[in-house]
Design a binder for this molecule. Structure first.
Ligand SMILES: [Zn+2]
Length: 583
């Protein structure tokens, strides 16, 4: 982050953190003997709405997160409740309100999902000590972005690939508490020979696990399709390779030409088989993807983005709606006009004639946001999404040195598009950029909420009271180091040492639950490893090696692997082995 952006990040105080009626702090009444104390040792909760599965799940999440943080029992009770959970159909479905009645704090949702979001706000703004203090936040909160997604890249034996079902479920709950309403996972045809590949069933089982977990939480499930399919696709139907003079589009995988009738039939048939395998769980959103994996440069398909791709996307959407009638279609424009060949304009012209089958246009780039939709307008006048890359920038291996917060970068990128976009799908390679997820999810919820304000809430909730300023200072230094490293500029070694000292000082002040929280561990370990990398001790000290071993455990990495890409997501411990692939 350059000096200007860093100042902006530090200056943007949490003005939006608190809604209406911010001054009222409720110290919930003690229900048992402990008069005069602030807070409570038993939180009695009354559920005032028919307890469907998501409401019951929401109560279970509330109970779990509070009891994890303080020695308090959370019980369901009809009388003497200090917290009410209810529904109010005057609120829009995803909205919530937190207010106070004569007797208790009340969280109301416009639907069970809105209640879950309200409980997220309640949890993050409550106080956790020897006693529990109910949130003092008061107000009504309505999300501005309609599609607040997250894309999990489930590959390379990264965390998403390796985590157990309960871990995935818990992590998705945590993201839902921040306002996420859609999760995208892709079936990796690019790595498989065909449906009979021995890896096909495990890969499908993983997609189905993510889909089921999302749906159980009331979240939408999304998947991606395009013209890249199995490795074993017949040679005769393969696409014509793309011109890629800027090396940004890629020619990954085995794309098929949809203008070839046999190619079209192959694409439709395999997509149909994918839909069939999701038909019992459900699919809410279909994301069409043009490049990197995809594209065809034949005469009949060119220009791909506004011709062959557009027609195929429409055909696949129609097919999808025969299985899932309410399926929403998102058309990505990733790397359109790289090089310029009129794709944006061609798409605009085509969608001006007919856009009824599409719900969203998605755009983004490796760096700054594409100008066309901002300057000229979104093709078809459709709602616009973004696709921020929150995992890889300034960071190699991805997550290899621990937490990777980039609040200044994402604030800067968000400021370019915040008046234009209705949400998006951040691209995620793992849990190490959890802070970036919270920041972006809250941008989607409230476009004026600053990254800093979100991080203040995150730190208070995940690490406890009294450390916010110090942790923000550490994050600022970590981001600055990552930015210098990305730009091949010298890193400020003195600042790196200061971040490490600050992190160690914070560590001694944390309550046990926070010190054991993996979110704190990965942040502290990043400070340790940055000191090793940038301030002279190196990465082969016992301390640095121990830090990497611990990260390997947290990410469920393999110490010995046959996966040729695992090194991209594994901390660079010298004794870790990759039998194939690059080191
Ligand atoms: Zn073609």
């Amino acid at each position: 982050m350059d000096a200007h952006n860093r100042r902006t990040f530090l200056k943007c105080a949490g003005a939006a953190a608190v809604g209406a009626g911010l001054s009222e702090r409720i110290a919930a009444e003690e229900t048992h003997a402990d008069p005069g104390g602030k807070g409570t040792r038993e939180l009695r909760v009354r559920i005032e709405t028919p307890a469907g599965p998501l409401v019951s799940r929401t109560f279970a999440i509330l109970k779990d997160r509070i009891e994890q943080r303080c020695p308090v029992r959370v019980t369901e009770a009809d009388t003497g409740a200090q917290l009410l959970l209810t529904m109010d159909d005057r609120l829009s479905p995803d909205a919530f309100r937190i207010d106070v009645t004569d007797e208790a704090v009340r969280v109301s949702g416009g639907s069970p999902r809105g209640l879950l979001y309200g409980v997220g706000k309640f949890l993050r703004t409550s106080q956790y000590g020897e006693r529990f203090e109910c949130s003092a936040w008061r107000g009504t909160s309505v999300p501005q972005g309609s599609l607040r997604g997250m894309y999990f890249a489930t590959h390379f034996h990264n965390w998403y690939h390796q985590a157990s079902a309960p871990e995935i479920s818990r992590y998705m709950e945590d993201l839902a508490l921040w306002g996420v309403n859609a999760v995208m996972v892709i079936f990796p045809m690019i790595n498989l020979q065909d449906w009979d590949d021995p890896q096909a069933e495990p890969a499908m089982a993983m997609v189905r696990l993510y889909a089921r977990t999302a749906k159980d939480l009331g979240l939408q499930f999304a998947t991606g399709v395009g013209n890249t399919m199995f490795i074993g696709a017949p040679k005769a139907i393969r696409a014509t390779p793309l011109p890629d003079p800027t090396h940004r589009r890629g020619n990954s995988g085995h794309p098929i030409c949809p203008s070839n009738p046999d190619g079209h039939a192959y694409l439709m048939d395999n997509t149909r088989r994918l839909f069939e395998r999701l038909s019992d769980i459900g699919l809410d959103i279909l994301v069409h993807w043009p490049y990197d994996e995809g594209g065809c440069a034949c005469e009949k398909c060119m220009p791909w983005g506004s011709n062959g791709y557009l027609k195929l996307s429409r055909d696949l959407t129609e097919l999808g709606r025969s299985y899932f009638p309410n399926l929403k279609a998102v058309m990505s424009t990733w790397m359109f006009d790289t090089p310029p060949e009129g794709e944006w304009q061609g798409l605009s012209d085509a969608l001006a004639r007919e856009n009824g089958w599409l719900d969203y246009i998605l755009a983004d780039a490796h760096e700054d946001y594409p100008r066309y939709p901002l300057d000229v307008g979104v093709p078809g006048k459709l709602p616009l999404l973004n696709f921020p890359e929150i995992s890889m920038w300034g960071n190699w291996p991805w997550g290899g040195f621990g937490a990777h917060p980039l609040p200044g970068r994402f604030q800067r990128l968000w400021d370019q598009v915040k008046q234009a976009v209705q949400g998006g799908f951040p691209y995620s390679e793992g849990i190490y950029e959890d802070m970036n997820k919270a920041v972006v999810a809250q941008f989607y919820w409230d476009r004026e909420r600053s990254a800093r304000s979100t991080l203040e809430e995150y730190i208070g909730y995940e690490f406890g009271a009294g450390v916010t300023e110090d942790v923000l200072a550490v994050i600022d230094i970590l981001e600055n180091s990552a930015s210098c490293s990305q730009r091949k500029q010298p890193v400020d070694a003195e600042a790196v040492r200061r971040a490490s000292q600050l992190a160690e000082a914070v560590d001694t002040r944390l309550p046990a639950w926070a010190r054991q929280n993996w979110r704190w561990e990965i942040l502290r370990l990043r400070a340790v490893l940055d000191r090793g990398r940038f301030a002279g001790d190196g990465l082969e000290t016992p301390e640095a090696e121990a830090a990497m071993v611990r990260l390997i455990e947290i990410y469920h990495c393999q110490m010995e692997t046959d996966d040729p890409y695992h090194h991209r997501v594994r901390p660079p411990l010298k004794r870790a082995v990759s039998r194939k692939g690059e080191c």
